[in-house]
Design a protein around this ligand. Structure first.
Ligand SMILES: Nc1ncnc2c1ncn2[C@@H]1O[C@H](COP(=O)(O)OP(=O)(O)OP(=O)(O)O)[C@@H](O)[C@H]1O
Ligand SMILES: [Mg+2]
Length: 233
């Protein structure tokens, strides 16, 4: 089993005016390739902050993050952006789809961005596959305004995953979805995890979603209080 992501003693302090907010107080975490991990904990305990740090969207106040043997915290901004683009897929609760592009067009755009501007691999099969997994195949030519909220959320998810990133970081991916849409999304995560061995780290408030994961990490007050059992896979 190979460690794909490693965080050591992460601290994050936000400064608001003259007040310091200690969002993370020494968090350490390791994820093996192909793990499916849930992060749970009360509002404000630092879950999103941690996910943003792991993905290189924020820099820690102190501590170290290593992704695929590369130290994210000891490299240039350009290199960090490159690692993020190639290896990490982010799923946010809020989605910013391109309104003038169809569902498929939004995925094609993600392929281009992933490739860093050289056009990228044009892979209609892969686009169709992820849209099929999310039950959006018949909506691929619809623009965002021609889709329901749940469908838009699923297109945003497809966009984050179309390049099959090694690591998927998801911040409450089912937070705004009804049970039917949630089930589609969770099944898709399971299938991607199983078929492509993608490592998934998912913040969730939903115990049913967490129950699908092999490991549940509990956070409280900027710390991990229960790292959860490491199940051999
Ligand atoms: N940009 C910011 N500037 C200042 N403080 C922030 C910022 N982002 C988050 N915080 C604070 O850091 C702490 C952790 O926030 P974070 O968003 O990581 O929590 P969370 O566990 O994701 O909560 P939720 O479940 O509500 O999404 C909170 O006290 C929050 O108010
Ligand atoms: Mg959050």
């Amino acid at each position: 089993m190979r460690t794909i992501l490693q965080a050591e003693n992460l601290e994050k302090v936000y400064r608001v005016g003259s007040v310091d907010v200690h969002a993370l107080r020494g968090v350490s975490l390791e994820a093996e390739e192909g793990e499916f991990i849930a992060i749970m904990g009360p509002s404000g305990c630092g879950k999103s902050t941690m996910l943003h740090l792991l993905g290189g969207l924020l820099t820690p106040s102190s501590g170290r993050i290593v992704i695929d043997d590369e130290d994210l915290t000891a490299t240039t901004d350009a290199r960090r952006t490159d690692i993020r683009r190639r290896k990490i897929g982010f799923v946010f609760q809020r989605f910013n789809l391109f309104p003038t592009l169809t569902a498929e067009g939004n995925l094609r755009l993600a392929e281009r961005i992933h490739a860093g501007g050289d056009g990228g691999k044009d892979d209609p099969e892969r686009r169709r596959e992820i849209l099929r997994l999310l039950q959006l195949e018949d909506k691929m030519h619809h623009k965002p305004l021609e889709l329901s909220g749940g469908e838009q959320q699923r297109v945003a998810l497809a966009r984050a995953l179309v390049n099959r990133p090694a690591i998927v970081l998801a911040d409450e991916p089912t937070g705004n979805l009804d049970s039917e849409n949630s089930a589609i999304v969770l099944n898709m995560f399971q299938e991607m995890n199983f078929r492509f061995n993608q490592t998934i780290i998912m913040i969730t408030h939903n115990p049913e979603a967490a129950a699908m994961c092999r490991r549940i990490i509990q956070m409280r007050d900027g710390q991990i209080v229960a790292p959860g059992p490491r199940v051999q896979i």
